[in-house]
Structures are given as structure tokens and as C-alpha cells.
Design a binder for this molecule. Structure first.
Ligand SMILES: [Zn+2]
Length: 257
């Protein structure tokens, strides 16, 4: 807020405690400005164009949330991906686990219009969602063309079993679209069952109901479950235009034959 020369001069004149207070005030003022959006973005889900809200914590994501449909970067990345592959939804049988509100009605309408079948499911279902435990999916083998599971596996105790179940209910040639909180620089997933309090999980896994944060060995977990992989990674020019999170990865997993 202040010019560099003025700041330098003030630092020599003011007591340290007062300088600290000014630094904190400046950080707060920046944060207050940024939570309401820094640069205009576009939402490929609802068509909104303008400032996005900040979203989340640890870290807070500037320009993260569309104020119209409440989508975050991961959702917009998913939408751009399926817009490039309309056959993954149109006329397809789709299982959408923990369906995000920004998608649910739109995808229900799209699948109804194209003769598809849209199953919305959750472990703790709302409205017309079906009760499903990912570790024991109550559908026959080879039921679905597309399974959508974003940011769910980090909540599931036995994620290896969940991945085998997702593979089981996919038709040959079908695909699961999955993402997890993942740190590419980590060799290994961080999980520790002895951390079982809400505060402990919040501190260690970034959310009180998370059981782990994945490293790049997530790919090995997918491989062991019998999937072949391709990835969709958020990069420019879409990151700037649509407010995606740099490097976020959606795994496109097809059952290995
Ligand atoms: Zn939107």
C-alpha cells in the first residue's frame, strides 16, 4: 500500500512493534481485497464471467470459487474434460459418487435428454441419491460406462478395496474420472491410523474427516486395482482463463483387459 521509499524510511523511524502491526494490517487488507476476487475468470459450467471468490484454507485459493454455481477449479477442469468427450456422458450409464451441486441437476438433465441413466450416490445420501459404500458397491459387474469420484477416496478407510469395486462395476471400455488431494513431490501417501481425532486429522490431513493425503504413489494404487491410466493436468491457458488450480490432476482410469 505504501511506496518502497516511504516504507524504508518508516522502518527506521517507527518502533518494531508498530511496524509489526502495520505489516499484519497490510496482510489483512490484501486478504480482504483478494477474497472477493483478483482477476475476472470464466466458468465453463454455468457461463458466469467475472470475479471469483477465494475458497478454502491451507492454502486459501484466490479466484477459486464461481459465485454463481459455486464450482471450484477441480469442477471446472472436470467440465472442460467432459466437454471434450461428450460420449462419456451422452446416452451413457453414469455413477456419480458424492455429486457436486454444480453438476447434479445439469448432468441429470443432460443424461435424460440423451437417453442415458444417471445414478447419484453417497455414503450419506441426500435427496434422491442412492446409498453406496464405495468399498462394497451394490451394483452388478460391468454396469457403468462412466464413474465420477472426485475427492472421495481420502475419506474411505480401505481405498484399495474401493478402487477394485469401482473397476468391477465399470463396463469394458468404460472409465472412472477420479481426483484426490495429492502432492506430486511426495513419494508416498501420508496416512496414519493412530491419528484418529478430528483435530489430529485436520492438522495432519487438512480436513477433520480425511484419512490420508496422497503422494504420487496414488498411480501405483490405481495400477494395483487393475486400471490403465491417462491424466488431465490443469495448465495454461485454461488455468488463467477458468481459474483452475495449477497442476491439479484428474485421473482417467480404464479397466485393464
Ligand atoms: Zn459457475
Amino acid at each position: 500500500m505504501l511506496g518502497r521509499a516511504v516504507r524504508g524510511r518508516l522502518k527506521t523511524l517507527l518502533p518494531r512493534k508498530l511496524i509489526d502491526q502495520l505489516v499484519l494490517f497490510e496482510a489483512g487488507a490484501h486478504a480482504f481485497r483478494d477474497v472477493r476476487g483478483r482477476y475476472p475468470r470464466e466458468c465453463p459450467i454455468c457461463g458466469y464471467k467475472g470475479l471469483f471468490w477465494a475458497k478454502g484454507r491451507q492454502p486459501i485459493v484466490i479466484d477459486g470459487q464461481c459465485p454463481s454455481c459455486r464450482s471450484v477449479g477441480r469442477h471446472r477442469q472436470h467440465q472442460l474434460l467432459v466437454l471434450r468427450h461428450p460420449e462419456w456422458l451422452d446416452g451413457a450409464t453414469v455413477l456419480h459418487f458424492a455429486p457436486e451441486p454444480c453438476f447434479a441437476k445439469r448432468y441429470a438433465a443432460q443424461l435424460a435428454r440423451t437417453g442415458g441413466n444417471y445414478v447419484r450416490a453417497d455414503y450419506m445420501p441426500k435427496n434422491d441419491e442412492v446409498v453406496i459404500d464405495l468399498q462394497d458397491i451394490a451394483f452388478p459387474d460391468a454396469t457403468f460406462d462412466t464413474v465420477i469420484v472426485h475427492n472421495v477416496l481420502e475419506h474411505v478407510p480401505d481405498d484399495a478395496r474401493a478402487l477394485r469395486e469401482i473397476r468391477r462395476v465399470l463396463k469394458p471400455g468404460g472409465r472412472a474420472l477420479m481426483s484426490v488431494p495429492m502432492f506430486e513431490a511426495w513419494d508416498e501417501t501420508y496416512e496414519d491410523p493412530s491419528i484418529d481425532s478430528e483435530a489430529g486429522r485436520d492438522l495432519h490431513f487438512n480436513q477433520k474427516d480425511h484419512l490420508r493425503l496422497y503422494g504420487r504413489d496414488f498411480r501405483d494404487r490405481l495400477d494395483r486395482a487393475g486400471f490403465d491410466l491417462t491424466t488431465d493436468v490443469a495448465k495454461e491457458p485454461e488455468v488463467s482463463r477458468y481459474g483452475l488450480e495449477r497442476g491439479e490432476t484428474i485421473f482417467i482410469c480404464t479397466p485393464r483387459q
